[in-house]
Design a binder for this molecule. Structure first.
Ligand code: ASP
Length: 352
């Protein structure tokens, strides 16, 4: 008996070594799996060009092609940068520049008009590696507001500059300004008149409007570069017929834009007030951080909350492993992604 008891510590030792080997091998398989995932998706980029009443019947073949081609051009503009080893910040900026320069979207040239018929644009960008970020709001002459947001991030102690002060400062740093005429396109003037005639408060995404009356078009992008850094950015003219001075979610870090290398990057589009009230982009990141949520589930969770409050729109997101997710509660969302694995998608309408 005594001899048997004497053997117990030895038995425990063997069991301990066995179980710790087992734990190690579990851990190893997790690491291998993670490495495999990084190897699978070295870099990736996802973009949106706004959510709204985007239905196939509102587009003829030529219009659909115009949108698809521009989304693809923007996708490639950022993708090439990532492919060459450039940073996710640079890729996000270039992708958004392409969309801002196109009158098809509600950002930069072709931005929607406020109730006075003026352009007031908002933008933000965030670096998921450092959590540095920059925003501009209520700017009327900056050709590419996302570039201004980047300058605020890189060249000031601040996060957020607004109005004339923002314009003067970023112009001193080389950001291009344009006259108001550059931004205002006839289609937007007609849309504003139509909305004001109908007595609508703001022109956002009303499904009863025809294609030409849709106010979607905010643009956003999230990218993961070869160094594992995530960046996100959003740029918009806001809502058609908004009150002058109104600021939406797009320039508000945590609401319209968020990026953290440890979780994900997010860019939003939709009725901005609801995305501010739910801190939409940051909430997605928190669901990953604290609940280890699946990215798709996190986006759906946040958008469901927004919908319950009466808001609508969409979100794009990309996590640290290069997984991409998008979600919207509208008829459609201009969206596209491309991964280093060769996977690529350009979509306009609901696909299921
Ligand atoms: N979220 C933007 C805003 O409220 C509008 C949009 O996404 O279309 O300013």
């Amino acid at each position: 008996m005594k001899r048997f008891y004497g053997k117990i510590p030895g038995l425990f030792l063997i069991l301990f070594i066995f179980s710790s080997c087992k734990n190690n091998s579990n851990q190893e398989s997790k690491i291998v799996q993670e490495k495999k995932q990084t190897k699978e998706t070295q870099f990736a980029l996802v973009l949106h060009g706004g959510a709204g009443s985007i239905k196939k019947e509102y587009f003829n073949a030529a219009q659909e092609k115009t949108y698809r081609d521009k989304l693809e051009e923007a996708l490639n503009a950022g993708y090439i940068i990532l492919e060459k080893g450039g940073s996710s910040l640079e890729a996000v900026q270039k992708t958004i520049n392409t969309l801002e320069d196109s009158p098809l979207f509600n950002a930069g040239k072709g931005a929607v008009l406020n109730s006075l018929g003026k352009v007031e644009m908002d933008a933000s960008i965030m670096d998921g590696k450092t959590l540095n970020c920059g925003s501009v709001a209520g700017v009327s002459h900056i050709k590419n507001p996302i570039n201004a947001a980047r300058v605020v991030m890189d060249s000031t102690r601040h996060v957020f500059l607004a109005g004339e002060g923002a314009e003067i400062f970023v112009n001193q740093k080389g950001v291009v300004l344009e006259d108001e005429d550059y931004f205002i396109i006839p289609k937007r003037v007609e849309q504003l008149k139509r909305i004001q005639r109908k007595g609508k408060k703001v022109g956002y995404l009303s499904p009863i409007d025809k294609m030409s009356d849709q106010k979607y078009g905010t643009v956003g992008c999230v990218a993961l570069d070869k160094n594992g850094n995530i960046a996100a950015g959003t740029s918009t003219g806001g809502l058609m017929n908004k009150k002058f001075g109104r600021i939406g979610d797009s320039p508000i870090i945590g609401a319209g834009t968020y990026a953290d290398n440890n979780t994900c990057g997010v860019s939003c589009t939709g009725t901005g007030e609801y995305f501010i009230r739910t801190l939409a982009a940051h909430s997605v990141s928190d669901l990953l951080r604290y609940k280890n949520s699946d990215l798709n589930i996190a986006l759906k969770d946040v958008l469901d909350r927004i919908q319950k409050l009466g808001g609508d729109g969409g979100m794009i997101s990309l996590d640290k492993n290069g997984n991409i997710a998008w979600h919207f509660n509208t008829d459609g969302m201009f969206r596209a992604y491309k991964k280093s694995t060769g996977e690529k998608k350009v979509e306009l309408y609901k696909t299921n």
